[in-house]
Design a protein around this ligand. Structure first.
Ligand code: ADP
Length: 210
């Protein structure tokens, strides 16, 4: 099994690139989905979040209102750090569990974990390879404005809560430039796919030789 961390910046195209890899046969683990799962009522992070931010952030059905929570934490760095301190360990546990399940199912799986804050959180040491999906910051703002309907100010705020994408470049083993048309990005993914299969094979060979 090859364990790949896919990252980028908000709106750079991680989900898009992850889908292209899935089409080639990769298993996907989406950290946003994991985060949702641990924040569900009864999930490992739910109670702590309610204790920290109060029941005002809940919907009528006891689920967390992510918009309300987002409004609180994206305006206050300390509060965002506190939330991350609750959610990240729970997500990490869920991630490890999911990888174990995949390994049982397919020992030669290529696993692509879509991890928005991979570098900020320092998860590089848990993956075999870091793939960065890159577009210039100005284009990130345009794409999230289109996707989420944000004002320029809202888009910039969210962008600035992350490490600038240009600083992430030096952490990447592979950079996928998603600044061009989608078809071009798909071709880049197809070009890298055989290399990932080879890396998986040689990793497994090393492991069995040990
Ligand atoms: P992320 O998962 O990194 O936040 P997405 O994959 O959701 O980013 O992409 C952000 C937005 O940009 C989406 O609306 C997506 O459809 C669009 N998008 C992604 N890649 C391209 C591209 N190469 N050209 C134009 N739009 C793109």
């Amino acid at each position: 099994m090859l364990n790949i961390g896919l990252t980028g910046g908000i709106g750079s195209g991680k989900s898009t690139v992850a889908q292209f890899f899935k089409n080639k046969g990769a298993y996907l683990i989406d950290f946003d989905v994991l985060a949702h799962k641990v924040e569900e009522p009864g999930g490992p992070a739910w109670k702590q979040i309610v204790e920290e931010y109060g029941s005002e952030i809940l919907n009528k059905d006891a689920t967390i209102n992510r918009e309300k929570l987002g409004d609180i934490v994206f305006q206050d760095k300390k509060k965002l750090e506190t939330l991350n301190g609750i959610v990240h360990p729970a997500v990490f546990k869920e991630w490890v569990h999911r990888m174990e399940e995949i390994k049982k199912e397919k020992k030669d799986a290529i696993v692509i974990s879509d991890i928005p804050l991979l570098i900020e959180v320092g998860l590089q040491k848990y993956v075999d390879l870091v793939i960065l999906v890159y577009i210039p910051p100005e284009e990130q703002i345009e794409r999230i404005r289109t996707r989420n309907g944000f004002t320029r100010e809202e888009a910039e705020y969210r962008l600035h809560s992350q490490m600038p994408i240009d600083e992430k470049l030096s952490f990447a083993d592979i950079v996928i430039n998603n600044g061009g048309p989608l078809e071009e990005t798909r071709k880049i993914v197809e070009k890298y796919w055989p290399e990932l299969l080879e890396r998986e094979q040689s990793k497994r060979k090393r492991e069995t030789e040990q």
